[in-house]
Design a protein around this ligand. Structure first.
Ligand SMILES: [Zn+2]
Length: 344
């Protein structure tokens, strides 16, 4: 988790949103006026267009995954689509000594466990289960040890391996609440002190898909799919004025958003209907690794690690197996849907 900033939006997020705080979450304002004000981008927009824009910018800005990103783009829009490779991303980790430059995050802590170990354990099980239960599908891990891998490297791994689907495993956590307690004074001049109190009331799953400013059509889709509105968390990792981010964001929305919502809904249904667990539904969020992985993607908050019951569940063999089996059933349905629709 990150040190909590004291900006207005961060304060609001402390009280209004249930999110695990980390570099992953970045709010990017991509309004039309901002785009038009950006002369650098205007020049860029005039020079390039469409899919070639993505590739030109990618090479201009040394985004190393260009070739594989191109093949992923093609895979999702051509007939004969086959789901071949699922990227399984275990959130967080311990930053290694002499780590390459990039963004790292240790994740949230529970009372007897921590997010980075739980996500790794679930991800390892998920990789094995996908390869065992879904014929012809390979599962690639972005990290397989306790050492953290930067967000940038995770996206590269996804693209280098020509992933068709990106599943990021996380645990949620509520930030402490700030409460005021009277400590004396007079009736006219009471004295108070502020205290941080752990908020353990969060429970259940949450699904995050990558999203920024929405259109009316997207709003309708969100309503139908119970996707919640953007939260306004601050963060690092995505520069809203970076042309690469802008182009990748537009490409993501155009090519991968629909299937990202689809896979998130399929996993959500399994977890709610088969496992009988509580869910907070789907939410759009600016998330570095989802934006840069050029494929449909979802971040699964598997439960609240700072809630006692959820933490027990997340650490139990039974709980981890249920989560893994639900994700595998959802991926199987997704595969069947996508491969059937592409051959019709
Ligand atoms: Zn996390």
């Amino acid at each position: 988790m990150l040190t909590i900033k004291t900006s207005a939006s961060r304060k609001k997020s402390l009280t209004n949103f249930k999110i695990d705080y980390e570099y992953y979450f970045c709010t990017v304002q991509l309004t039309a006026p901002n785009i038009m004000k950006n002369k650098r981008l205007s020049r860029l927009k005039n020079a390039i267009c469409g899919a070639s824009a993505l590739l030109v910018c990618v090479s201009m800005f040394s985004f190393k995954a260009s070739a594989s990103a191109k093949s992923c783009l093609a895979d999702t829009v051509t007939n004969g689509f086959k789901l071949r490779t699922v990227i399984v991303d275990a959130g967080h980790g311990v930053k290694p000594d002499n780590a390459p430059k990039g963004h790292y995050s240790r994740g949230a802590d529970g009372s007897f466990s921590n997010e980075r170990n739980v996500t790794l354990s679930i991800a390892l099980k998920l990789q094995k289960a996908i390869e065992k239960d879904i014929t012809g599908v390979k599962a690639v891990l972005t990290r397989s040890t306790e050492e953290d891998v930067s967000f940038e490297r995770r996206a590269q791994i996804a693209n280098e391996n020509k992933g068709n689907l990106f599943i990021s495993i996380h645990c949620n956590s509520l930030p402490d609440r700030i409460v005021r307690e009277r400590v004396g004074g007079t009736a006219r001049r009471p004295k108070y002190r502020s205290m941080r109190v752990a908020d353990r009331s969060g429970r259940g799953t949450l699904f995050l898909i990558y999203g920024l400013k929405r259109t009316t059509e997207a709003d309708r889709e969100i309503k139908n799919n119970q996707v919640e509105a953007d939260s306004d968390l601050d963060g690092d990792g995505l520069d809203p004025n970076d042309p690469v981010v802008i182009i990748l964001t537009n490409e993501y929305r155009r090519r991968f958003r629909k299937q990202s919502v689809n896979i998130a809904n399929l996993i959500n249904e399994e977890i709610v209907q088969t496992d009988g667990r509580r869910s907070e539904g789907l939410r759009e969020q600016s998330i570095y690794v989802l934006c840069h992985a050029a494929m449909p993607s979802v971040l699964v908050e598997t439960g609240y690690i700072n809630n006692h019951d959820d933490e027990e569940y997340l650490n139990s063999e039974e709980g981890q197996t249920e989560i893994v089996n639900s994700i595998v059933r959802a991926i199987t349905k997704y595969k069947n849907q996508m491969e059937a629709s592409e051959t019709n």
